[in-house]
Design a protein around this ligand. Structure first.
Ligand SMILES: Nc1ncnc2c1ncn2[C@@H]1O[C@H](COP(=O)(O)OP(=O)(O)OP(=O)(O)O)[C@@H](O)[C@H]1O
Ligand SMILES: O=P(O)(O)OC[C@H]1O[C@H](OP(=O)(O)OP(=O)(O)O)[C@H](O)[C@@H]1O
Length: 226
């Protein structure tokens, strides 16, 4: 039985994933034309490489179209409701570290906590007649986090990229996005709330629960030293 291994098709996660497997004697490489999403696996038998956008790997694991996948913990928990019923986190991989945070404009000097944000949201709605807008692509995670924190008078605005620019562009008043070095937040005059950490994320190896846990799966995990 061939194991299908889904890995990010480009960018920061692809390179680090290739390095991680290579350090364990499993060589992943791209094949075919430069824009052809095809790859090969050397150093282990019976494993097929499937190249996907990091954001699509949760869905493919959930459907059982791939047996294992590497993506961010944030992606799995955002894309899959009751994620742990649908995939198994085999192990964090030690790269792709990023925090999902709530950030507000620097000049909101009196808004440093979630309670301050809730008060500001209530005042904003009373003044403007519509709810304070928070731009994000992490709708599930942010809605749950703010509900648990008692923040209510807001609305989420979808943003699939360049989220930090939405405040300057008057699309939103605040954001929830991934940050690693904090450079993009600072460059856009945004500041993380003191209690605004929604999730600490990194890349992890996940196994689909839609396919049966066979000896082949267990041997693959053991071969990787996990
Ligand atoms: N600085 C960072 N910015 C964004 N993502 C990061 C960063 N560092 C690590 N990551 C991880 O990489 C994942 C995003 O990877 P990527 O942007 O390739 O996914 P994607 O959004 O599906 O791709 P695309 O942006 O092309 O649609 C994040 O979910 C996170 O787990
Ligand atoms: O904290 P930092 O080190 O500044 O990194 C965080 C930034 O990196 C990612 O953007 P990316 O470059 O992946 O483009 P994107 O906006 O399309 O996701 C993310 O969306 C943040 O904007």
């Amino acid at each position: 039985m061939t194991i299908k291994l889904g890995v990010p098709s480009k960018g920061r996660l692809m390179e680090k994933t290739f390095d991680w497997f290579g350090a364990r004697g499993v060589t992943l490489s791209l094949t075919g034309a430069s824009r052809e999403y095809a790859g090969k696996v050397e150093g282990i038998e019976g494993v097929e490489l499937v190249l996907l956008a990091a954001g699509e790997i949760p869905r493919e694991l959930d459907a059982g179209r791939i047996d294992f996948g590497v993506t961010g913990i944030d992606m799995i928990r955002e894309k899959l409701a009751l994620w742990s019923d649908r995939v198994t986190e085999v192990a964090p991989l030690g790269f792709g570290h990023a925090d999902l945070v709530i950030a507000v404009p620097d000049f909101w000097v009196d808004v440093t906590t979630l309670d301050d944000l809730d008060a500001a949201a209530t005042a904003f709605r009373a003044t403007h007649g519509h709810r304070l807008r928070i731009a994000t692509k992490y709708h599930r995670l942010v809605r749950t986090f703010l509900r648990d924190a008692g923040v209510s008078d807001y609305q989420l605005v979808d943003s699939q990229g360049a989220t930090e620019g939405t405040v300057k562009n008057l699309t939103a008043e605040a954001i929830a996005d991934i940050t690693s070095t904090g450079e993009t937040l600072t460059a856009n005059h945004l500041r993380v709330l003191d209690d605004g950490l929604v999730l600490k994320s990194q890349a992890a190896l996940f196994r689909s629960r839609a396919t049966s846990d066979t000896e082949t799966h267990r041997a693959f995990i053991a071969r990787l030293g996990l």
